[in-house]
Design a protein around this ligand. Structure first.
Ligand code: KG4
Ligand code: ZN
Length: 375
């Protein structure tokens, strides 16, 4: 996490109220670069480039880290040049450069971070190392007025966790998956169903023609107190159903719909508990849902209904900023810069980097496992 520079009251007048900044994201399989300008609590997106490596990984049915790292090397200069070009600005117009420095696939993180450092050194501006998860956490603030504090449900391919966002740099992990991330379970189930990669969107399509109550899949950890989640047992149950004969097209659709419903039920019930535990305060409760799985219409609708019942305000960033992108990295950089951070060229890339380091140290279960939840 970026340490804020001490900002005594006397320095407050000297603090800039606007920043123009380049953000870089390379932690997974998107090579992304963006220029934003943040002024008076408002973000203007001057460019938003996402170069996907989809075609390179599709033949393998999943992301291959070495291929991702090489592709980032090939694409990063192009992504940065396009981001500056579309913004109509030069590197010398940037006040700072922000780049994802973890968590993620280390080869890709290194490419983006070293590019960011080199550009910052060349331009003589601060380099801001950004935690990818913080980018997701702040993503609702790109295009909406979403004041702190709020509850964040981050559901992506690598992460599935509840974070209480108290303020900039103040993140409390309330619960997390103890095995697979929800997106990972979607991807693996889709792969077994013979669907494409990434599996989430294709599985959602197939589920439209199936019956959500056709198979009684488990909802792990729902009977246990707390906000931890588990998807491995559900994934295994789906795998067993897929192995059973005959696997007709209609049965495939039923499996997809029942699986999707189980994930929606788990996320909705755990979110209900998380909201119930929050101190509403004067502003009421705010719920932010981010990450690729938030694109799922069944899950979105379930969370929408929950927010309405609980009287919480629901924020879902636009799809483009729900999945991996560089605008959210630039956003995090801009917020830190405006709060006084002036960066750190000495930072190292981190494959694992929990947002809430204290909780992670106290309960390291989330760091274990074959791939484990990245946080
Ligand atoms: O946030 P994201 O783009 O990347 C990270 O993992 O950080 O999320 C990608 C994940 C993949 O697992 C993908 O299958 C899942 O989000 N996903 C979906 C849908 N769209 C993307 N899962 C379910 N339904 C969808 N419509
Ligand atoms: Zn992500």
């Amino acid at each position: 996490m970026i340490e804020q520079a001490p900002s005594p009251a006397s320095d407050a007048q000297n603090m800039p109220d606007t920043v123009t900044l380049l953000g870089i994201e390379t932690s997974c399989d998107e090579t992304a670069a963006s220029v934003i300008r943040r002024t008076g609590g408002r973000t203007d997106i001057l460019s938003d480039i996402i170069l996907t490596q989809f075609d390179k990984h599709a033949p393998y049915g999943g992301i291959v880290p070495e291929i991702a790292a090489r592709a980032h090397v090939e694409l990063i200069d192009h992504a940065v040049a396009r981001a500056l070009g579309e913004a109509g600005l030069a590197l010398s117009d940037m006040d700072a450069i922000a780049a994802t420095s973890g968590p993620g696939l280390i080869g890709g993180v290194l490419v983006g971070m070293m590019t960011g450092k080199a550009l910052a050194m060349g331009a003589g501006v601060p380099f801001l190392p950004i935690n990818h998860l913080e980018g997701h956490a702040l993503s609702p603030r790109i295009s909406a007025e979403c004041p702190f504090p709020y509850l964040l449900l981050l559901v992506s391919g690598g992460h599935c966790q509840f974070i209480h966002v108290h303020g900039l740099g103040q993140y409390e992990r309330l619960g997390s998956t103890i095995d697979d991330a929800a997106g990972e379970a979607f991807d693996k189930t889709a792969k077994l169903l013979g669907l494409g990669f990434p599996g989430g969107p294709v599985l959602e399509q197939l589920a439209k023609t199936g019956r959500a109550d056709a198979l009684a899949f488990p909802r792990p950890l729902l009977k246990r107190d707390g906000l931890d989640m588990s998807f491995a047992g559900l994934k295994t149950a789906a795998a067993r159903a897929i192995e059973a004969e005959p696997l007709t097209e209609a049965r495939k659709a039923d499996i997809a719909a029942s699986f999707q419903q189980a994930v929606a039920d788990i996320l909705t019930e755990k979110t209900r508990r998380a909201l119930a535990g929050l101190d509403a305060g004067a502003a009421g409760k705010r719920l932010v849902v981010a990450g690729g799985v938030a694109a799922n219409q069944t899950i979105r609708a379930a969370l929408d209904g929950l927010a309405e019942r609980e009287g919480a305000q629901l924020f879902t960033p636009p799809l483009r900023h729900c999945t991996d992108n560089a605008v959210m990295i630039a956003q995090a950089g801009a917020e830190h810069f405006l709060a006084g951070a002036r960066g750190d060229l000495g930072t190292t890339a981190r494959p694992r980097w929990p947002l809430d380091e204290k909780s992670a140290e106290a309960d390291p279960v989330y760091g274990r496992g074959k791939r484990g939840a990245k946080a």
